[in-house]
Design a protein around this ligand. Structure first.
Ligand code: ZN
Length: 151
């Protein structure tokens, strides 16, 4: 893995697997480990995301922040990746999950001086051919950035 470069962007993802309805800690742990194993199966050093947020609003550490992530094709330099567990083409994120995502974004934006204009979703990257983070999370991200919530 490459060392992390100065943080300029934050990108929001979903896991895009089958719908995920569990709220307990162990089910989240199993799901994250599944993602991590899939990413390691591609020859990556660790899970590609820096943080993972579950349906109960728990924020899990993914790849340690001192390492560059692997979550947007060719655009991982200085790009923090946050993944919300679930498939938001087929389900909606929970209120707890959205509250935790908003809180985590604010913390990281403040910590690294990232403006709202550089908080993107995966599909918003030029050339990204993906539905990630799914219709319902995409809509919620658009409204979160519109208001003063991420100012
Ligand atoms: Zn993605």
């Amino acid at each position: 893995m490459n060392p992390m470069l100065p943080v300029k962007h934050i990108t929001v993802h979903h896991d895009g697997m089958t719908p995920f309805l569990a709220n307990d800690e162990n089910s989240s742990k199993v799901r994250i480990e599944k993602i991590r194993n899939a990413h390691r199966g591609k020859g990556w050093g660790d899970i590609g995301y820096h943080f993972v947020i579950d349906r109960e609003g728990r924020v899990w550490e993914g790849r340690p922040i001192n390492w560059q992530g692997a979550h947007v094709g060719n655009r991982n330099e200085g790009n923090l990746g946050i993944c919300c567990l679930g498939n938001f083409d087929e389900q909606a994120p929970t209120a707890a999950q959205m509250a935790a995502l908003e809180r985590q974004l604010k913390i990281l934006m403040t910590m690294y001086g990232v403006p709202r204009s550089r908080v993107k979703t995966h599909q918003e990257w030029p050339g990204a051919k993906t539905a990630c983070p799914g219709k319902s999370l995409q809509a919620q991200m658009i409204s979160m950035r519109k208001g003063s919530r991420l100012a």
